[in-house]
Design a protein around this ligand. Structure first.
Ligand code: 1CP
Length: 342
């Protein structure tokens, strides 16, 4: 076990007492930070992901600049499907990431294969090792992957959007969908285990597009597979499940026994906590960080006051927006770190 000088997040996840609420922010390493933009001016996004030294550098930036209580390894959820045979490109100029060969028929589905994680995703493990060394135990390091449903949604659709093609696919080709979800699940487990061996202390599963599914489909095509990942990893490795738009299914999600559930901003944090009992993470609306500082404090205070004591990790309800002022993020982190229960 490595020695951490700040293990607040790990203590919350294992039910141990803490002196204050810890905070980290989804997408904390990224385009709102001028230090990231300076690196990004020299290298394209995938080059940063695939070059361990550079990935480590941008992973640590938010720890140094804004003082969060954890680092999250710089990568992307789409690198796992890439390692499973999907060709990933990221268009410069705002086009975003895209698969050139979406899974739209049987032939495309059968081209998807198991990933050889050590070989094709070894750069992530290397970035983790370098990051752990450079962090020197200052804060824990979070690993991650996309949920099987969220990854399948990109694999079928090819890119972000309303995922209507992916949703139709679940209805039209349920057997093929289950076969692919099964495969993604198995690969996600290997990938997260590799991240654990390389040195991450906790992992988060991003189910960013939970909210596109009905209660019924969500249970069948997402929760079931998230549960398998959680079961394979815990208790050795704590697992946080962030499910955006899944407030209709929190109880069902909690049955998959994650160490914590991350919720979006549309539900009061105390209500989420009362419904599920497990540690909750969240849930400031990222847009609040664009508002005046008194508003940021007011909204953060509401969350801190109502969240269950010792069973809450402060975060946003989704990723930081690109146009967020760094000063606003610094002020939020300072506010949360110095806030005391009355
Ligand atoms: O141009 C750039 O610099 C690329 C922007 C960018 C960044 C900084 C992308 C493309 N990905 C990332 C990093 C990233 N992605 C991290 C790094 C660590 C951190 O959080 O600090 C993480 C955890 C992700 C995870 C990720 N990628 C998610 C889940 C989280 C979420 O926001 O819901 C998703 C959905 C993606 C896909 C993705 N990657 C990038 C973009 C623009 C998108 C969204 C594509 C779309 O739906 O249109």
């Amino acid at each position: 076990m490595k020695k951490l000088s700040n293990d607040l997040i790990l203590r919350v996840l294992s039910g141990k007492p803490t002196e204050r609420t810890p905070i980290w922010l989804m997408r904390q390493a990224g385009r709102f930070l001028p230090q990231y933009m300076a690196v990004r001016a020299k290298y394209d996004f995938l080059t940063i992901c695939r070059t361990p030294e550079i990935a480590a550098e941008v992973t640590i930036q938010p720890v140094d600049v804004v003082g969060v209580d954890a680092a999250i390894i710089f990568s992307d959820i789409l690198v796992l499907p890439e390692a499973m045979g999907m060709e990933l490109i990221v268009e410069e100029g705002g086009g975003g990431p895209r698969f050139t060969n979406p899974v739209k028929d049987k032939a495309a589905a059968s081209a998807v294969h198991d990933a050889d994680c050590e070989n094709s995703l070894g750069y992530v493990a290397n970035a983790i090792r370098i990051t752990v060394g450079r962090l020197g135990g200052r804060v824990p390091l979070i690993g991650f992957c996309g949920s099987p449903w969220t990854l399948l949604a990109y694999m079928v659709e090819g890119k972000g959007g309303d995922f209507s093609r992916a949703r139709a696919f679940l209805h039209e080709e349920p057997a093929m969908a289950h076969r692919l979800l099964d495969m993604i699940t198995r690969n996600a487990v290997s990938y997260l285990k590799m991240q654990h061996e390389a040195g991450v202390d906790v992992v988060q599963i991003f189910d960013s597009w939970a909210g596109f599914l009905s209660v019924e489909l969500y249970k069948e095509f997402s929760i079931r597979y998230i549960g398998q990942i959680v079961e394979a990893l815990t208790p050795d490795l704590p697992v946080i499940v962030f499910a955006k738009g899944a407030n209709h299914s929190l109880e069902a999600l909690a049955e998959s026994m994650p160490s914590a559930i991350g919720v979006d901003w549309t539900i009061p944090i105390n209500e989420a906590s009362a419904r599920i009992g497990v540690v909750v993470q969240g849930n400031l609306d990222p847009a609040v960080l664009l508002a005046r500082s008194e508003i940021v404090e007011h909204e953060a205070r509401k969350i801190l006051e109502s969240a269950p004591r010792g069973k809450h990790i402060f975060n946003l309800g989704h990723g930081i927006l690109q146009n967020t002022p760094v000063e606003s993020v610094k002020a939020l982190v300072h506010f949360v770190k110095t806030w005391k229960h009355g």
